[in-house]
Design a protein around this ligand. Structure first.
Ligand code: GAP
Length: 515
């Protein structure tokens, strides 16, 4: 069986070969951690965005959307804390000249202790068979206890250093743990330094006095600075939310794992403004709602878990990630943060404007608290692709690669194929497609054998292949072949619209979320 790493490599190659994701400006050898979405990728991405947008805007009468500019007044980032605190601690290895995030190196070391523990447990499970009592073994095995002690001590020391952003201590942990550079294998480290992740550029000509501005590192601030505009013009009553989808930019030091960590990416964020004191209730509400949204896609409930933050961002009083099991382990796809009234208060302070809500029921004004749900489109894309990618052994020794995408997100919903390129079959196939195309993204394919055409559609996750044969001309029926089961069925042309429509209707997912 292929290792997870091999599967991931194949997935990345598949994304390129079938027009999902290309390295950016590839003819110039690409640009690190920047990617372009191809003809199928953009359809999948748009469908993901539509699923998210409608789940916010259609399902909630108290959530509205905006589309703020990427460029914002530079004081925004001073107020939000990003100029002073949006840093990663980085360290260089003098021999390999490679740069690493100090926190990532230490987290990987913690993961090594976890691995050692799990290996001990797995060995014992094998040795003792059915009688194995895992809980007892973990509590009594000397090896496990020793690893666990070291792990917990390291973890506590690391959490303290990160909370205090004690750079000397982070370096000392790396030294004490004898962490080596994966490239040079040496411990020849520089000191740990802070590195701001925001990209900057100049606005206006130098003669006019150019202004240094930043490419937004999160879309959220576009929502905060528009809080008053939306609340007043929309006559919004608390609790209410503002949703936005847009690009964000971060000069990531460790940029790897394909589209998982990019320097230009897209976020789908919703800020939910609530009365102070009710924020924990709403935090739990949005945690549950967002997990339901993910699970409704049917990629497998066991692939998700929550991860509560120990080190909180400078603005948060509670935070949880929703993690998804990628081929390289459980990884954050979405963050749900209780951001207190930090952002609105800061913008009030820096702008000199009063940013408050007048509660007509209590006749009191207050600065609302905020619960934020923040998900990366690209990470969502990657989690869906990795769950959908499947290499199957077929009867007769054949294999096929099939993308088992949720039908509703598939880039192409149906491919119409005349059995042969003559006898009026292409014309009939075109006529069918011309009816379906108003509602569904369809493809037409008349090249190669039907088997090859099926494989091409399997590889991009098309749920329905519709074959037009000679009988179609007289009985007005077609053969529908289903992607997942490969079963075929004879169906009246007039029944096609309902068949496809029922399968790709987002309402099916929304009902699972709100019921
Ligand atoms: N407004 C809050 C915020 O931006 P975050 O945890 O830094 O929080 C939210 O980012 C989400 O954005 C992450 O869960 C992830 O899905 C996505 N994201 C963050 N950095 C990313 C990167 N470099 N590449 C791709 N996606 C990223």
């Amino acid at each position: 069986m292929a290792s997870q790493e091999e599967v991931f490599k194949k997935l990345v190659a598949h994304c390129k070969e079938y027009g999902f994701v290309f390295p950016s400006s590839e003819i110039y050898d690409g640009l690190a951690a920047v990617y372009d979405y191809g003809q199928n990728g953009v359809e999948l991405k748009n469908n993901i965005k539509r699923y998210w947008w409608d789940s916010m805007i259609l399902l909630h009468e108290n959530i509205v959307g905006i589309d703020a500019a990427i460029f914002m007044h530079p004081t925004t980032w001073k107020a939000s804390g990003h100029v002073d605190a949006f840093n990663d601690p980085l360290i260089d290895n003098r021999d390999s000249k490679k740069r690493y995030r100090a926190d990532v190196l230490i987290e990987e070391q913690i993961a090594k202790y976890d691995d050692k523990i799990e290996k001990e447990v797995a060995k014992a499970r094998k040795r003792f068979g059915e009688t194995f009592d895992e809980e007892k073994y973990r509590a009594t095995s000397n090896h496990v206890i020793e690893h666990q002690k070291k792990r917990d001590a390291l973890h506590a020391r690391y959490a303290e250093a990160m909370n205090a952003m004690d750079l000397a201590e982070l370096k000392q942990i790396i030294v004490d743990e004898e962490i080596v550079c994966p490239i040079s294998g040496t411990k020849n480290w520089t000191d740990v330094r802070q590195f701001n992740l925001m990209f900057s550029t100049d606005m206006g000509s130098t003669a006019d006095g150019a202004m240094k501005i930043y490419l937004r590192p999160e879309t959220a601030q576009g929502i905060f600075v528009n809080y008053l505009n939306v609340q007043k013009t929309g006559r919004m009553k608390i609790p209410f939310g503002i949703a936005q989808i847009g690009k964000a930019f971060r000069n990531e030091i460790v940029a790897r794992q394909f589209i998982f960590r990019m320097r230009e990416f897209e976020q789908m964020e919703m800020q939910f403004f609530v009365k102070p004191g009710t924020e924990m209730e709403w935090f739990e509400h949005w945690k549950a709602f967002r997990l339901k949204w993910h699970k409704a896609l049917g990629l497998g409930d066991h692939k998700y878990r929550y991860h509560d933050h120990e080190k909180l961002a400078h603005y948060a009083n509670a935070a949880t990630d929703i993690e998804f099991e990628m081929p390289f382990g459980f990884k954050e796809v979405e963050g749900i943060h209780s951001r207190t009234n930090f952002d609105l208060s800061q913008h009030a302070k820096f702008s000199g404007k009063k940013i408050e809500y007048f509660d007509p029921e209590t006749n009191q004004s207050y600065t609302p608290y905020v619960i934020e749900t923040s998900i990366g489109v690209d990470r969502m894309f990657l989690s869906i692709m990795s769950a959908a990618y499947c290499e199957e052994q077929l009867e007769g020794g054949d294999t096929r690669v099939v993308l088992r995408l949720p039908e509703v997100l598939a880039p192409v919903k149906a491919c119409v194929m005349p059995l042969v390129k003559k006898d009026g079959l292409p014309e009939k196939a075109r006529a069918i497609m011309n009816e379906l195309k108003f509602d569904f993204k369809c493809a037409y394919d008349e090249k190669d054998s039907i088997g090859k055409r099926y494989r091409r559609q399997d590889a991009i996750g098309t749920p329905f292949c519709i074959t037009v044969d000679h009988d179609t001309l007289t009985d007005n029926c077609v053969t529908v072949r289903y992607r997942d089961t490969m079963k075929q069925e004879r169906i009246a042309i007039e029944a096609l619209h309902k068949l496809i429509g029922d399968a790709v209707n987002m309402k099916n997912l929304f009902k699972k979320i709100v019921q």
